[in-house]
Design a protein around this ligand. Sequence first.
Ligand SMILES: Cc1cc2nc3c(=O)[nH]c(=O)nc-3n(C[C@H](O)[C@H](O)[C@H](O)COP(=O)(O)O)c2cc1C
Length: 188
Amino acid sequence: MKITTLLGSAKKKGNTATVLGWVEEALASMGHEVDRIYLNSKTIKGCMGCAKCRETPDEIACVQKDDAEAVLSQMIASDVVLYASPVYFWEFTTQIKAVIDRSYALVTNYHQPGHTSLMEGKRVGLLVTGAGAYSQNAEGLFTAFDRIAGFLMAEKAGELYVGECSVPSELPDDIREKAADLARSLVA
Ligand SMILES: Cc1cc2nc3c(=O)[nH]c(=O)nc-3n(C[C@H](O)[C@H](O)[C@H](O)COP(=O)(O)O)c2cc1C
């Protein structure tokens, strides 16, 4: 399968990138093609809500000309998309939230008859790291992600929260195995 991962942390060697690397390693060892997008190097502005994109359901057709179109195009060309973000103030980071908001351009008629999505049938997953426990920190991201998957008409194929993080060298031993479990569920 063709798998795109979206790294939403600016840190290339941080907790999220480290665990994401373990997921990617497991996917590659199963023979899948994995391509990571480092979102911090992209210019992706916020959605303006102008809804011009809704006039052309078969195309991305956003009026804003930045890096979003290339990122969204790669997502559409993939079988699986894994979103990876640290928790920032009980939310996704700005870098990955911008991609989520701009995916408005992939969908028409949400909550109406004729709901369509350029991501229909794709498998999506979520990896989150945080300093705190799941409860009181990360549950909002996972609830939102389930709804985002529904909005995209995608299938949520796996999720992993790694809490109580300090630095990558202190990540618990069992996380590598949990990362491999996530990899397997993404392509199951
Ligand atoms: C601006 C900022 C806000 C944060 N907010 C939260 C939070 O609300 N809850 C939490 O558990 N951790 C929070 N953290 C901690 C990070 O989520 C955690 O350290 C994460 O593993 C960092 O991932 P990284 O090393 O990939 O950047 C925050 C960190 C920063 C820098």
